[in-house]
Design a binder for this molecule. Structure first.
Ligand code: 5GP
Ligand code: MG
Length: 183
């Protein structure tokens, strides 16, 4: 079943644009201030990386400044690696200039327990020491198990644990949309 629509295609595009504006505002990335940190968007594969790419395009369109872009595979840092079925490693790519002293914005599609983000923080530690780390997610579905929150949220969606959210993006799925399913 298609599930209940939470975000239409145009909602997804508007939401990504809004987060891009908020990142520009909160990071002062276009201030021209020599003290302002370099901004690096790090997407968590797969759909977090796609969203990070879209955010970089929008941020460049709105501010004239293109943030650095990378991706961070967190497979090896998960604390439940042993209990989860094997899945192939995704790509980690660090932009030129690295993340040392940068303002890193982690980007993911859905925030749930917070364990993926915790793993991403571990992964970042092996790449350098950012000045600060922020988090952008398209959907926050609640049920946190760790003291983690997002700085930028496309939509807060109260869910039950039995529900599941589909995030569809044109690059992977042929069209944009977010749906809620009963499992
Ligand atoms: P967490 O680690 O916070 O429990 O879960 C977040 C990670 O699992 C994200 O990378 C996200 O892609 C995936 N995830 C968790 N719940 C959902 C969901 O309901 N729908 C989708 N599409 N992904 C989810
Ligand atoms: Mg994911």
């Amino acid at each position: 079943a298609a599930g209940r629509e939470l975000l239409s295609p145009s909602d997804v595009q508007r939401t990504v644009a809004r987060i891009a504006h908020q990142i520009i505002e909160k990071t002062a990335l276009d201030s021209g201030d020599a003290d302002a940190p370099r901004v690096v968007l790090m997407g968590i594969p797969t759909r977090g990386t796609t969203l990070a790419n879209r955010l970089a395009d929008k941020i460049e369109e709105f501010s004239g400044v293109r943030p650095a872009l990378g991706s961070l595979d967190i497979t090896l840092y998960r604390d439940d690696l042993r209990s989860r079925p094997h899945r192939p490693l995704e790509r980690t790519s660090v932009p030129d200039g690295g993340i040392e002293n940068a303002l890193v914005v982690l980007v993911d599609d859905v925030l749930f327990s917070g364990r993926t983000v915790r793993s991403a923080l571990d992964g970042l530690r092996d790449l350098g020491r950012p000045r600060a780390v922020q988090l952008a997610v398209l959907i926050d579905r609640g049920h946190r198990e760790l003291p983690i929150r997002a700085d930028y949220v496309g939509k807060n969606v109260p869910t039950s644990r039995a529900e599941d959210i589909s995030v569809l993006l044109t690059e992977h799925d042929g069209h944009d949309g977010v749906y809620l399913h009963q499992e």
